[in-house]
Design a protein around this ligand. Structure first.
Ligand code: G3I
Length: 450
């Protein structure tokens, strides 16, 4: 009885939430200054994996709520989490994520119904008929609970082997039910929630290779026989051993040409700085170039909680600062207001400021030493720029603790090693000037900081 009440109330809420999501997207498309709103401007969603256990962390929730328009529970909808003992479903953690997403007008991707990993121990020993019954009951139990509330379900996850064979992966389902288990799972899923998009999801299928060819052949076969499949998920876990493939866009397109949507479902790219940013740009551009690429999901909000945290593969660092990759994604999505832009709510450099003051520290008949002291304002800074205009006759013979560039008699000085300053902290650079007949003091212009 309580299950029925819960189902009805979830379904009723979903209608209201869908309306709220449309309003939020329409509103934020005008500003286009978050990942979600910029993606909405391109007709796409931009999502993230979420862990229920982090939702209570205010910076985590604030970043999630500000930036993303879709969530995927990272572990909470998996079989071990939802049906730890046969027929006994627990949705507490998954409900927490779905409720949070709905309160923010976000879509939810369901991950995942049938997977060889994170299976509770009772599943593997079952005989073939029993396993078939259990698989269908699991699909019905999960999809029934969230009926009408899930944008796309990863119905079957990672059913193909890595490597060159293109064979199916050994698993209880494959080994006992044969190739037909995938088709059966999709048919059961369609009946359980006809409104949900049904996806096949896998990794190392991002470029054209034996594994993606095998998935391609399966999808083609499903489409030709009317087996219900709507989308293919490309996990897109990249690093130096598995870089963004050069035929990524082509591969997405060939699947789309089969008549399915494609989605980037678990994107992360190990690395940092501009190289990581450039790789993220490639992925976003590939998705935007394929009209049936309906959205992208990164596999976590912050580097510190990533399954590959050592590889810092995400868009926000451990302190929720936007990384260069964030700016690259936002820009590729056509958004504005990334790192460094005034008013960007996630930019820790906003409000960065400095002042520059000049003193003469030594003086002799033909020359002098000058010192310019740079002091950070109320926020820490990572760099500064100061201009010094010298009287026309004077020339500078040496400069220390700074890097000058010249335009006429104006020198623009940037840090050499001393760019980073805590709020209110100071550093200085010095120089030796020849007077050449003028003893006038140089003029120090505006100090700018980032
Ligand atoms: O929650 C427990 C904690 O109580 C316990 O102390 C700790 C000790 O190991 O484990 C914690 O659970 C871990 C869980 O993540 C939550 O952090 C599991 O051990 C760990 O195995 C699990 O890893 C997840 C992994 O799937 C399991 O296969 C990752 O978070 C999750 O990001 C990862 O996601 C997969 C996708 O589902 C499918 N595609 C690949 C992707 C990355 O591996």
């Amino acid at each position: 009885m309580s299950m029925i009440v819960r189902r009805l109330s979830r379904a009723a809420t979903a209608g209201l939430v869908a309306a709220a999501a449309l309003t939020a997207a329409a509103h934020s498309a005008e500003a286009a200054d978050t990942l979600g709103s910029a993606a909405a401007g391109q007709g796409r969603y931009f999502g993230t994996a979420v862990a229920a256990s982090h939702l209570g962390e205010s910076d985590y929730a604030a970043t999630l709520d500000r930036e993303f328009s879709s969530v995927t529970p990272e572990n909470e909808m998996k079989w071990d989490a939802t049906e730890p003992s046969r027929g006994s479903f627990t949705f507490t953690s998954a409900d927490r994520i779905v409720d949070h997403a709905q309160s923010q007008g976000m879509d939810v991707r369901g991950h995942t119904l049938v997977w060889h990993s994170q299976l509770p121990s009772w599943v593997s020993p079952l005989g073939a008929q029993d396993l078939r019954t259990a698989m269908n009951a699991h699909i019905n139990g999960l999809m029934g609970h969230y009926k009408g509330e899930i944008h796309s379900w990863d119905v079957v996850n990672e059913a193909f082997q890595d490597g060159g064979s293109g064979a199916r992966r050994s698993s209880p389902f494959q080994d006992k039910l044969g190739d037909g288990f995938i088709e059966e799972a999709f048919r059961t899923a369609r009946a359980a929630d006809p409104a949900a998009k049904l996806c096949y999801n896998d990794y190392n299928t991002d470029g054209v290779n034996a594994k993606s060819n095998a998935v391609y052949d399966m999808v083609k076969d499903f489409k030709s026989r009317g087996v219900p499949i709507d989308c293919v998920g490309f996990q897109s876990h990249f690093n130096s051993n598995s870089p963004v493939p050069s035929d990524y866009r082509h591969n997405l397109q060939r699947f789309a040409d089969l008549g399915v949507d494609v989605q980037i479902t678990e994107l992360d790219i190990e690395g940092s700085g501009s190289a990581q940013a450039a790789d993220y740009t490639k992925v976003v551009e590939a998705c935007l170039a394929v009209s049936r690429c309906t959205g992208m999901t990164v596999w976590g909000v912050t580097d510190k909680y990533s399954w590959r945290s050592g590889g810092t593969p995400l868009l926000f660092d451990g302190d929720y600062n936007e990384k260069p990759a964030y700016g690259a994604v936002l820009s590729a999505l056509g958004g504005s207001g990334g790192p460094g832009d005034p008013g960007d709510p996630g930019d820790p450099g906003d409000g960065a400021s400095c002042t520059a003051t000049y003193t003469r520290t030594a003086d002799w008949s033909s020359g002098y030493n000058g010192q310019v002291t740079i002091t950070a304002g109320a926020e820490p800074i990572s760099s500064w720029t100061a201009t010094v205009t010298l009287p026309a006759q004077q020339s500078v013979s040496s400069l220390w603790n700074g890097t000058p560039t010249w335009s006429g008699n104006v020198m623009t000085v940037r840090p050499s090693w001393n760019g980073t300053l805590a709020a209110g902290a100071s550093t200085s650079f010095g120089f030796t000037a020849a007077k050449n007949g003028s003893d006038a003091a140089p003029t120090v212009g505006t100090c700018t900081a980032s």
